[in-house]
Design a protein around this ligand. Structure first.
Ligand SMILES: Nc1nc2c(c(=O)[nH]1)N[C@H]1C(S)=C(S)[C@@H](COP(=O)(O)OP(=O)(O)OC[C@H]3O[C@@H](n4cnc5c(N)ncnc54)[C@H](O)[C@@H]3O)O[C@H]1N2
Ligand code: MOO
Length: 402
């Protein structure tokens, strides 16, 4: 048996990092930047107004009050997008809109709420210091400043930033395309009738969604039965379009463990027993250069295996640190027991109790018991050396994607 850490290290040292390519901004959502992006101009590019109001010379309104307003002639309107804005001389004002360029000569903006809103002349009832409601050129970003570093995953805010510095495309490592394939002659599609001995395929739906949650693009393949030739053909067909393949089922000790049978000796694929529960039988290797993860068939085993091994590997393929799911330390609400010598992953529910996290293990911990996983929001991780933990003890808890 090998440890979880040994198996993960083995995977991480052989998964390839995806080659960068140029993508249009919205195609790059979820991709990881492979170049530094610098601002070609400052942001904002020019001094502009932060409010709808009037551009003034601050000294002209220094004495303005409700009782004795400053009254100024309005020379015109300046809207956002206007070019060639005329200068303001002392004693004059211009109506200005939010985002419009500040006219030369003006050094403050008075919001419309402090005025009578006049269009020929305006009465201003409060003073404003120089600089008031002016957004200066470069106060967001300086020209030449790096606004997104290589290794940044491009989410909404980062894509907005790239657009704001005028970039229509970016050099990125794309989201890995992951083909998910369930194996097992007992499996039927949800919606089909079940004959005796059959069950509906749940793993491929679960794992395809898990790929998305982990930042990849999941493709669910049609389930294959236990025919070795069919399984091998189906796998080989996928290699061309996949950056990685995830299978479930057929890797244990049974007479019909077809994935193990057809992949043993293929590429660099190897099968191991890993000291964990659930998820003991694992296979991994490169097939024609493509990483193939052969996860065990029991649904909870497949899910935990995905989170522990596949998720960090997909991150590594995008050049990201292979971080595990985020963990917190939590206090057990009840005692837990664990077999010696294996790392035990227990489905649980986490709650924040004012000043600390408390965690309650679920009732059904069998690796076929998907209901307790579907109701869980966390996984208690008991190290291999632990055989029991009392209520009140502190444990490490992985938070599940929500
Ligand atoms: N003699 C031994 N038997 C088993 C061992 C062992 O060490 N010695 N290990 C057990 C453990 S632990 C696991 S986990 C499973 C792994 O088995 P396989 O990966 O070969 O998976 P299957 O036999 O194909 O299926 C196991 C179980 O899961 C159900 N299944 C499979 N695929 C799906 C799917 N897509 N959706 C829903 N359910 C699925 C399948 O019907 C079986 O009930 O082996 C133990 N046995
Ligand atoms: O390890 Mo199996 O994955 O426990 O049911």
């Amino acid at each position: 048996m090998r440890t979880v850490d040994e198996h993960l290290a083995d995977i991480l040292k052989s998964v390839p990092v995806l080659a960068p390519l140029e993508l249009a901004l919205l195609e790059a959502e979820g991709a990881v930047l492979a170049e530094p992006v610098a601002a070609p101009v400052p942001l904002p590019p020019f001094d502009n107004s932060a409010m709808d109001g009037y551009a003034v010379v601050a000294a002209d309104i220094a004495a303005a009050t409700e009782a004795a307003p400053a009254v100024l002639p309005v020379i015109g309107d300046i809207a956002a997008g206007d070019a060639g804005v005329s200068a303001i001389r002392p004693g004059l004002t211009a109506r200005i809109m939010t985002g419009a360029p500040l006219p030369a000569g003006a050094d403050a903006v008075v919001p419309v709420e402090w005025t009578d809103g006049g269009t020929a002349t305006v009465r201003i009832t409060r003073p404003a210091p120089p600089g008031h409601y002016i957004r200066r050129a470069g106060e967001d970003v300086l020209a030449g400043q790096i606004v997104a570093a290589p290794g940044t995953r491009l989410g909404a805010a980062q894509l907005g930033m790239l657009a704001a510095v005028g970039r229509p495309r970016a050099l990125v490592r794309p989201r890995p395309r992951v083909v998910v394939l369930s194996t097992g002659s007992e499996l039927r599609e949800p919606g089909e009738e079940l004959a005796p001995g059959q069950i509906w395929d749940s793993n491929s739906f679960m794992l395809t969604a898990a790929v998305t949650e982990a930042g990849g693009v999941g493709y669910r393949e049609t389930t294959v039965g236990d025919d070795p030739g069919q399984v091998l053909r189906s796998l080989e067909d996928q290699l061309a379009r996949a950056d990685a393949v995830v299978t479930s089922g057929g890797v244990s000790m049974g007479a019909r463990d077809v994935v193990k049978e057809v992949l043993t000796g293929q590429g660099t694929v190897q099968f191991h027993k890993v000291a964990m529960r659930p998820g003991k039988p694992q296979g991994f290797g490169l097939l024609q250069g493509t990483p193939v993860f052969t996860l065990p068939g029991n649904p909870v085993s497949a899910y935990i295996s995905f989170q522990v091994f596949v998720r960090p590997a997909l991150r590594a393929m995008q050049g990201l640190p292979p971080d595990p799911l985020p963990t917190v330390t939590a206090q057990l609400t009840q005692e837990v027991r664990s077999p010696a010598g294996i790392r035990h992953y227990l489905r649980a529910r986490l709650e924040f109790a004012g000043d600390r996290y408390r965690v309650t293990p679920a009732e059904g911990q069998g690796s076929h018991q998907l209901a307790s996983l579907a109701a869980a929001d966390a996984i208690i991780v008991l190290p291999a050396g632990v055989e029991a933990m009392a209520a009140g003890a502190h444990v490490e808890v992985m938070r599940l994607p929500s």
